[in-house]
Design a protein around this ligand. Structure first.
Ligand SMILES: Cc1ncc(COP(=O)(O)O)c(C=O)c1O
Length: 437
């Protein structure tokens, strides 16, 4: 049977709900990444490595709440926290002791963070980080990576899906003119671009392992180069650790690389499954955002009705506590990632399939290059040289038919994924790759 027909029959209730949601939300979704044709699957429950849809189908989940759930869906430690929250209060809108607990965990583990502010999303955190960089350096220009995603904020909307380099519609041109991009892991190109701006760069922002771009890790000498150049230019280096924070190690990617940025943004895992963002870094820079600061370079960090709300603070603290008490989890996650990547790569090679597996640690992505000799060395190669629309979509839907839920052809392996789950992921991925060959 045609794979779309099979999918439509298997997910009939989702199709029905999608009809309703399209009348209520543009494209039927609140986050565009959740849309795919003919309709997305409507999920209503998650437990451990699994996610369940409204038709009663079960899937091994690799999206894991946008990579937020390092322990899997709805772990017992978070269920307990939820009970406490219901007993006490949901949201207080005041300072509370729980934010101190989480802030202590973050400052203890993340090398660059001496001081921090919580907000409610990674998008917001990036916005505040740029504001701090401009306030502190008194310079205008922001440099990002081609293919880098830091949320949907206007200033960083340029070159998200390289080779499409324009910012998104609706952004005032002066705002997008304040941002330029360089190529990940390309020192020569980066050097040229940085030179053009002479003394006007406020900051360089990047993910040390670039999520949207195939989970490619930065080469250490590229990060060292950026660290050195930002020092020389009196600009700030910002690491976006929204994905990598507490995923690569307790110290995030900066702990692994041994390179300390001036500012760091975080989100996802540190909210324990609830909405969170954070910007932190050197005390001297962060102090510009203090309500007590009187200088003209004072930076506003202060939107966010739900910033540092107790349920998120408690849940985040609980997750980090668990990770601290189980440090072997990082070795285990790496081994699981190596196993899945290695097995799928071997299948691709043995069967001469036109697909590439990228990623590191617990993160992986399968991409479909247009040409057999394509190499993926940079996130700009994903947007430019692989079929991120038709083939990626077909791969996703076919995997859903086989009980596997991926995003961008892969995802994040969690502590909850068992060896049986991994074997099923490998077997079903191989089957689908063969069907598509
Ligand atoms: C690296 C990175 N930075 C920032 C963001 C934005 O975070 P949020 O979706 O919480 O706004 C994301 C979200 O996927 C991300 O992957």
């Amino acid at each position: 049977m045609d794979f779309i027909k099979y999918y439509t029959e298997k997910t009939a209730k989702s199709a029905e709900l999608f009809k309703q949601s399209t009348t209520l939300m543009p494209g039927g979704v609140s986050h565009n990444i959740r849309y795919y044709a003919p309709h997305p699957v409507f999920m209503n429950r998650g437990e451990g490595s699994k996610i369940f849809d409204v038709d009663g189908n079960e899937y091994i989940d690799l999206w894991m709440g946008h990579y937020a759930h390092i322990l899997g869906h709805n772990p017992n430690i978070i269920k307990k926290i939820n009970h406490k929250n219901i007993e006490d209060a949901t949201h207080l809108g005041t300072v509370n002791p729980f934010e101190i607990d989480l802030a202590k965990k973050i400052t203890k583990n993340i090398p660059s963070i001496e001081s921090l502010k919580f907000c409610t999303s990674g998008t917001e955190a990036a916005m505040y980080a740029l504001r701090l960089a401009r306030g502190y350096t008194q310079k205008p220009i922001v440099i990002k990576m081609a293919g880098g995603w830091h949320g949907a904020g206007s200033e960083l909307s340029k070159a998200i899906k390289y080779p499409y380099v324009n910012g998104v519609t609706g952004v005032f041109k002066n705002i997008s003119d304040g941002t330029d991009y360089i190529f990940f892991n390309d020192i020569e190109n980066s050097y040229k671009v940085l030179k053009q701006y002479k003394d006007s760069i406020a900051c360089i922002i990047l993910e040390p392992v670039i999520g949207e771009g195939g989970f490619l890790p930065a080469e250490k000498n590229f990060l060292e180069f950026l660290r050195e150049e930002t020092h020389k230019m009196n600009s700030l280096l910002i690491f976006d650790e929204v994905i990598t924070g507490f995923r690569l190690s307790l110290g995030g990617a900066q702990g692994v690389y041994g390179i300390t940025p001036d500012l760091t943004t975080m989100g996802k895992i540190i909210g324990g499954g609830f909405n969170i963002g954070l910007v932190g870094g050197k005390r001297e820079i962060m102090e510009l955002s203090s309500p007590k600061y009187k200088g003209e370079d004072k930076v506003l960090i202060g939107g966010g009705t739900f910033s540092a709300t107790p349920y998120t603070m408690r849940a985040g603290t609980e997750i980090i506590n668990f990770l601290e008490n189980n440090p072997d989890i990082y070795t285990e996650l790496r081994e699981k990632g190596d196993y899945v990547r290695g097995s799928i790569r071997k299948f691709i090679k043995d069967n001469s399939i036109k697909a590439i597996v990228t990623g590191t640690e617990s993160l992986y992505m399968v991409s479909f290059p247009f040409d057999s000799d394509t190499q993926i060395n940079s996130p700009s190669d994903i947007g430019g040289k692989t079929d991120i629309y038709k083939r990626e979509h077909e791969f996703k839907v076919r995997l859903l038919n086989n009980g596997i839920h991926v995003m961008h052809g892969g995802g994040a392996i969690s502590f909850a994924h068992t060896k049986d789950d991994l074997d099923l992921i490998i077997a079903k991925t191989s089957k689908v790759l063969m069907e598509m060959n």
